[in-house]
Design a binder for this molecule. Structure first.
Ligand code: ASP
Length: 330
């Protein structure tokens, strides 16, 4: 399929589209999904699409040659961390990877602002994952170089939401008119927090399916209500499975629970199996930000509706676009 960010504009009437983007990403932080307009999305997705085709054709570019990314991860990560590294390297830049903060001065008690000040004196852009909500915003307060939020506790994961939306567009060629069902840990899952906010720019219906104690935060539901988004809440997937166009499954976030007993009470709440897919729409798209820990059976991996591995690959192009944009090179 030929994809273009223009698709977004074609199917939404909420904002007028101005083809001339003012390049306001240069030098900017990426902290929350709320900072993006539809026009921004069109621009980012067009750049991502161009990079996708270029990677396919030539593998790597020299656009960010001489530029350095500091990849600072205080929490575990496989995909986000390595896709930012791949993105920077595909664009010809280099990376200072700090995945094990316990081997850095953080373990000596260095504050986040001091670590950020240090890294920005060596690098041109900082990607930060941290266990505290608001940490990326705090880092940005002290940084003179762009900070990209790669997940701040249970807060947000804006680059994941962008790649999730890009995946929906790649898979379904539209967003408005779709029914999206989010399943799993909606309380602690930062990916669903950012994605729900992003989807509120479109004319969609969102179903939330979770155990009672892991419901989507009430303030987020109220926020989306205010934007006229139709939302429903359930504990049972069967209530909404048949109407679902996009099923977005999440892991129960063990590390966020205060007690093991509470985690154990909900850990196996949902498992997507071939039986689940047998009842779903033939063109439903099954997504997951990964890692999965049992909530999607490996038996469904070969079903064409299982999009989570494709979703992962799309992340590299979105992150290439974001790095190039904040560094003023797109
Ligand atoms: N990788 C995603 C995140 O960092 C999802 C998860 O960990 O469950 O939020």
């Amino acid at each position: 399929m030929t994809f273009s960010g223009q698709m977004i504009n074609a199917e939404t009437k909420r904002l007028p589209f101005d083809a001339k983007h003012d390049g306001r990403f240069e030098g900017q932080h990426i902290l929350s999904i709320g900072q993006f307009s539809l026009q921004d999305l069109v621009y980012i997705f067009d750049v991502a699409e161009e990079f996708r085709l270029m990677v396919r054709r030539v593998g790597a570019l020299e656009l960010l040659k001489g530029r350095i990314l500091a990849n600072l991860f205080y929490e575990p990560s496989t995909r986000t961390s390595s896709s930012f590294i791949a993105a920077m390297q595909r664009l010809g830049g280099t990376v200072i990877p700090i995945n094990e903060v316990r081997y850095s001065s953080v373990s000596k008690g260095e504050s986040l602002p001091d670590t950020i000040r240090t890294l920005e004196s060596y690098a041109d852009v900082i990607v930060l994952r941290h266990h505290e909500t608001g940490s990326a915003a705090l880092a940005a307060k002290y940084a003179h170089k762009p900070v990209i939020n790669a997940g701040d506790g249970i807060g947000e994961h804006p680059t994941q939401a962008l790649l999730d939306l890009y995946t929906i567009l790649q898979e379904r060629a539209k967003v408005s008119g779709l029914t999206i069902t989010m399943l799993g840990d909606l309380k602690y899952g930062r990916t669903v927090h950012s994605l729900a906010k992003l989807l509120s720019l479109f004319d969609v219906k969102i179903n939330y399916v979770s155990p009672e104690i892991l419901r989507m935060p009430a303030d987020l539901i109220t926020h989306l209500d205010g934007k006229g988004i139709k939302q429903t809440q359930h504990t049972d997937l069967d209530a909404v499975l048949k109407e679902t166009d996009i099923l977005y499954v999440t892991r129960i976030q063990k590390e966020r629970f205060s007690s093991e007993t509470e985690y154990n009470s909900v850990k196996n709440s949902y498992v997507i199996t071939p039986d689940t897919l047998a009842q779903a729409k033939p063109d439903m798209v099954l997504m997951h930000p990964l890692p999965r820990v049992g909530e999607i059976s490996m038996e469904v991996d070969d079903d064409p509706r299982a999009a989570y591995f494709r979703q992962m690959e799309y992340g590299v192009y979105i992150r290439m676009a974001l790095l190039a944009l904040v560094l003023g090179k797109a």
